[in-house]
Write a protein that binds this ligand. Structure first.
Ligand SMILES: Nc1ncnc2c1ncn2[C@@H]1O[C@H](COP(=O)(O)OP(=O)(O)OP(=O)(O)O)[C@@H](O)[C@H]1O
Length: 317
């Protein structure tokens, strides 16, 4: 088996610079057939993943391994040409680590490497796809996600967290995942609601006239550094799980939001709506921020969300 490693040396604010050396030592020791490529900027991981997966075939199987945070995996997933002959491994070195949490991966890099080199369990993990546009007629922009994609407040928090100076400071103090919580508290009071319509599987239409705070489409269970927005999301099934939060007093949100760390927000059934579907179209009155796995996916009015047919052979342990 050939292994192709894509490493983002800047993830978790560059704290893991020595990791690359340790990984190389282990690969040499085990005489693994491999190549390592490091990203220099945003977009590199996507390009490298595409180039590597273009070479994959039945006679030339390959394991592509991402080393970085959830943003790096998002880029890799967006570049991959999905195929049954491609396996995927992930060594998490980010701050949020929602994917590792959601799939139960080892967060200890050398242990994760050992699993990747000698896999005992692989899962056929589904990949989400989202088309964002400003009206139904537009063709729109397509992106993939593996954890979640959100529209509204949760995406606004992601957009702000990416540029946040607090993130570097919290990463340094090993509290990186709190970036999203601090940013959420900062943005909450002034964030506007927007009226929205959600159509599930082309037939089940729901209107939210009071306005929504956000709607998140989950493939795995956690986002935003550990919020369990869809406690029942299952990455290998045929469904997307949705958590849509309708307008409620901002002070009430302060009470509800922390309960989402434990998945208990679902008891607030009048404002928190949990849905499951194969395809969803969310149309909002105002354009709102969108994210895919915490990465900025623009500001748009319409999002169409579904799953790719071909799953990803993900090495779990
Ligand atoms: N060499 C690089 N220098 C700066 N940025 C890079 C580089 N390579 C990739 N990037 C960008 O860094 C961003 C953040 O990466 P990533 O999400 O993997 O790490 P993180 O932010 O530490 O982790 P998490 O998302 O789990 O909090 C991504 O948007 C990616 O495109």
């Amino acid at each position: 088996m050939f292994y192709y490693f894509i490493i983002n040396p800047s993830s978790s604010s560059g704290k893991h610079k020595t990791l690359w050396r340790e990984i190389k030592e282990q690969l040499e020791k085990e005489e693994i057939n491999y190549k390592i490529a490091a990203t220099k900027k945003t977009g590199d991981a996507k390009r490298l993943a595409r180039e590597a997966s273009l070479q994959v075939s039945e006679t030339n199987p390959c394991t592509i391994v991402a080393i970085g945070g959830d943003g790096t995996v998002n880029e890799v997933v967006n570049g991959l040409i999905l195929s049954p002959f491609l396996s995927f491994g992930y060594i998490p070195t980010g701050s949020g680590n929602d994917l590792a949490r959601g799939l139960g991966l080892s967060k200890e890099p050398l242990e994760a490497l050992a699993f990747i080199l000698h896999p005992k369990e692989k899962k056929a993990v589904r990949i989400g796809k989202i088309v964002t546009k400003d009206n139904e007629e537009e063709e729109g922009e397509k992106r993939r996600f593996i954890i979640s994609s959100g529209a509204g407040f949760d995406a606004a928090v992601c957009h702000h967290s990416i540029q946040s100076k607090i993130k570097n400071m919290l990463n340094f103090l090993h509290f990186g995942k709190l970036t999203y919580l601090f940013t959420a508290l900062k943005l909450l009071m002034k964030y506007p609601y927007t009226k929205a319509e959600l159509v599930l599987d082309n037939q089940n239409r729901k209107e939210y006239q009071r306005g929504i705070l956000f709607s998140v489409f989950m493939n795995t269970r956690y986002e935003g550094g550990g919020f369990l927005f869809c406690p029942e999301a299952e990455p290998c099934d045929d469904f997307l799980d949705i958590c849509l939060v309708e307008k409620l007093p901002k002070l009430m949100i302060l009470c509800v939001l922390p309960t989402a760390f434990f998945g208990k927000h679902v008891i607030f059934k009048k404002m928190v709506h949990i849905e499951r579907c194969k395809k969803a179209v969310l149309t909002m009155e105002e354009a709102v921020p969108i994210h895919t796995d915490g990465e900025n996916a623009g500001v748009k009015k319409v999002v169409e969300v579904s799953l790719e047919e071909q799953p990803l052979n993900f090495i779990i342990r």
